[in-house]
Design a protein around this ligand. Structure first.
Ligand SMILES: C[S@@+](CC[C@H](N)C(=O)[O-])C[C@H]1O[C@@H](n2cnc3c(N)ncnc32)[C@H](O)[C@@H]1O
Length: 281
């Protein structure tokens, strides 16, 4: 072992300069780039009102993550309450510290967060059950999805709707493809990369990653990863009916400036699309 020579300068500890990626908060980046809770609650409102001609008050947000949607829901009406369900303790805690804490006390007490599997019947029956960002695609067999839809049905009041977003179109089946978007410009800005890493046409299993890239060139790779089955609209509608729902509806975005959704039986075969599938109890 080499000994330090008497009188030699002290060994300089290499300063590890933190990159922007080191300092970034992945949940904050996610919320800024992926979620639009204010728009999501609009479609829940619309789907429930068009089914039952009245306002929805109780929301259960399955796979709620940081439950931003629950927070917007209770803020939108003082009669509204929300239950957020997710398995991940860390994600829920971030939501408590960053979303729930920002609400006024009179609103935050109408949000209940539960760390558990969505396949549990634990909340009061609700008007709207939402499962956003393709989250139920984690279930890879018909049996698993059917079981989930049956439980969702039981979690709904006698008048209730389940709302799920779906994506598709030929571009979505490409693998080794990265879709890049700038979220915030400038020195403190960042880019969002959605990577379609893998798709197996034999069983429709697929893998997606979210990476973030920052102004200093640093990257947060695989900040979020998804190992899913790529479900199609007809499969989901059939499974909803099998689970007991009396009807299903598809909402497609109209070609207008503002996000307007309407019920459709036919839609353009776009290269990529997003829509909402709704099950009516
Ligand atoms: C794709 S993220 C969606 C988060 C949020 N809904 C959104 O729209 O951004 C999926 C979430 O589902 C949670 N999750 C996965 N399987 C679950 C299960 N069986 N029960 C409850 N939560 C689950 C994960 O912890 C993760 O937070």
């Amino acid at each position: 072992m080499m000994s330090k020579a008497k009188g030699s300068p002290p060994i300089q500890k290499k300063q590890n300069k933190q990159t922007l990626a080191d300092k970034a908060d992945k949940y904050d980046c996610y919320q800024q780039s992926v979620q639009e809770p204010e728009h999501e609650i609009d479609i829940f409102d619309q789907a429930f009102r068009e089914a039952y001609n009245r306002k929805a008050l109780k929301l259960r947000e399955d796979f709620c993550g940081t439950f931003a949607v629950c927070c917007y829901w209770v803020e939108s009406d003082s009669k509204r309450s929300a239950w957020g369900i997710d398995l991940c303790e860390e994600t829920l805690q971030w939501g408590k510290n960053n979303n729930l804490n920002k609400l006024k006390e009179k609103d935050s007490r109408r949000v209940t967060v539960m760390e558990q599997d969505v396949r549990e019947r634990s909340t009061p029956q609700v008007d709207v059950l939402a499962a956003q960002n393709f989250s139920f695609w984690i279930f890879k067999t018909r049996e698993e999805v059917l079981e989930y839809f049956k439980i969702a049905y039981a979690n709904l009041a006698s008048e209730g709707v389940i709302v799920m977003d779906m994506m598709g179109g030929r571009d979505c089946y490409d693998s080794d493809l990265v879709d890049k978007r700038t979220i915030v410009k400038g020195k403190k800005g960042f880019k969002y990369h959605w990577e379609q890493a893998y798709f197996n046409p034999v069983n429709s299993h697929c893998k997606f990653y979210i990476h973030f890239k920052f102004a200093d060139g640093s990257k947060m790779k695989k900040a979020f990863q998804y190992d899913w089955r790529f479900w199609t609209i007809p499969e989901v509608r059939e499974l909803l009916m099998e689970a007991g729902f009396k009807d299903t509806v598809v909402y497609w975005e109209e070609d207008t400036e503002d996000a307007t959704w309407s019920k459709v039986d036919e839609a353009p075969n776009d290269y990529s699309w997003l829509c909402y599938v709704v099950g009516i109890k």
